[in-house]
Design a protein around this ligand. Structure first.
Ligand code: LLP
Length: 419
């Protein structure tokens, strides 16, 4: 459920007509609904209420906008961060340092040091090597870093190959059969407080079974580690729950997910941690775009919009589907290809899709663009960096400026020997 609805024939974000935002800010522009964000945050949090002790660390990578993080901080969310930049954003948004989890396969020494300094809650270690380095840094600072070991459970998440992370051939975590030995070694290393295990098998999962299989497997590993005399107080189950991108698709609901987790982890006796991203932010945003022109094609017309793969990369990268609807639908449809202005064929949002009839100058939106949308934008083809707007009832504000090509050009330097 979201708050992007037609009102008198015009698509609104909450109470604000999208043409108003387009007129004032220009297009393309991401528009977020605060009510939708809050609703999703609460539904997920309330669903996890059936668990004895759950902590949520929002996957900042899905939408790192400062205003988005502020809303989630106010809902009691912590953050799952994967870079120094994301960590600074989470702190700037007012998230409690001990609610921040630092994930990622390539944390640098400087990032680890900064994390320890800031007092972040947990480092999710991706290797023995990383654990030993973190221990050394912490010890040199006279500190102890809390950490969990990321295990690669070798389970197929059944999602797109580029967003699968839990198979043995993926770069993430330590091999399942070596995890207990690595945990033991790290637990005995001064500077580290090994407190648990973590896993994340992939993103945009449409079924709970792979998650259940992975949780069960890692639960067994937890027992093995405890039986060897080590302590496990925290288990971080990652993120990955998918959302429907196509009208009519059905995905697992947060309550079903929570019930499955409760069933699998009922006797674990740990604090459970979660790292949801897309399920919180996916539906909270749309990308508003204007049709530049409709060009005749060999089979279907080409709808050329002013958003491109640099603004919304998911279709080009993962063959992802985003529903495309007119902001002021005329009640007619046609079958068309939707493309952006960038000079490569991967700049294609949809082929042979039946969509609202649109023509030059019409506004339209790509739906479900709140997760992995603006955050993956870039300036390819020397296009501006896309701006972001947040709506709250009748109110709205630009929450990230459009960064124009002149500003980007101004950051470039021509060396003297070229001048
Ligand atoms: N935790 C870890 C360690 C992760 O690597 C990720 C996502 C998450 C949590 C959050 O996953 P979510 O709940 O959002 O599925 N750019 C891709 C998605 C990449 C996901 C990377 N890791 C896309 O647009 O589909």
């Amino acid at each position: 459920m979201d708050h992007f609805e037609l009102n008198n024939g015009v698509l609104h974000a909450e109470n604000v007509p999208l043409p108003l935002i387009a007129a004032e800010v220009g297009t393309p522009v991401y528009v977020y609904s605060r009510a939708t964000l809050t609703r999703h945050a609460r539904v997920f949090r309330d669903a996890l209420g059936v668990l004895r002790n759950a902590k949520i660390a929002f996957a900042v990578k899905s939408n790192p906008n400062l205003s988005v993080l502020k809303v989630l901080a106010a809902e009691g969310y912590g953050a799952d961060v994967v870079s120094g930049g994301e960590m600074e954003r989470a702190l700037a948004a007012g998230m409690a340092p001990d609610g921040i989890v630092f994930s990622g396969v390539g944390k640098t020494a400087a990032e680890m040091r900064r994390g320890i300094e800031a007092g972040i809650g947990q480092f999710n270690l991706e290797s023995e090597e990383e654990g030993l380095e973190l221990a050394e840094i912490a010890a040199s600072m006279g500190k102890v870093a809390s950490a969990a070991l990321r295990v690669n459970p070798d389970v197929d998440a059944g999602t797109h190959g580029k967003i699968s992370t839990g198979k043995a051939e993926n770069k993430f975590g330590v091999p399942f059969d070596r995890a207990a030995a690595i945990y033991a070694r790290l637990a005995g290393t001064p500077g580290l407080n090994m407190r648990g295990l973590t896993l994340h098998i992939g993103s945009q999962l449409s079924k709970l079974e792979p998650l259940e299989a992975a949780f069960t497997k890692v639960g067994g590993l937890m027992e093995e580690i405890r039986a060897a005399g080590y302590t496990v107080t925290h288990m971080d189950l990652g993120g990955g729950i998918g959302v429907p991108y196509k009208t009519g698709e059905v995905f697992p609901q947060p309550e079903e997910y929570a019930a499955m987790v409760a069933r699998v982890t009922g006797n674990w006796g740990v604090t459970l941690m979660f790292e949801p991203g897309r399920v919180i932010t996916g539906n909270t945003g749309v990308l508003v775009t204007e049709v530049i022109r409709v060009k005749d094609g060999a089979s279907n017309p080409w709808v050329v919009v002013d958003a491109a793969m640099n603004d919304l990369a998911r279709p080009a990268l993962y063959d992802a589907w985003h529903d495309f609807v007119a902001v002021e639908p005329k009640g007619e449809t046609f079958t068309a290809n939707i493309v952006g202005p960038i000079c490569e064929s991967s700049d294609t949002f949809a082929m042979a899709r039946t969509i609202d009839k649109v023509e030059r100058g019409d506004l339209a939106v790509f739906r479900t663009a709140g997760a992995y949308g603006a955050t993956m934008a870039n300036t390819y083809n020397s296009r501006p960096l896309v701006p972001e707007v947040m709506v709250d009832g009748d109110n709205w504000a630009v929450v990230a400026d459009r960064i124009d090509p002149a500003t980007i050009l101004a950051a470039e330097r021509v060396p003297e020997w070229l001048a």
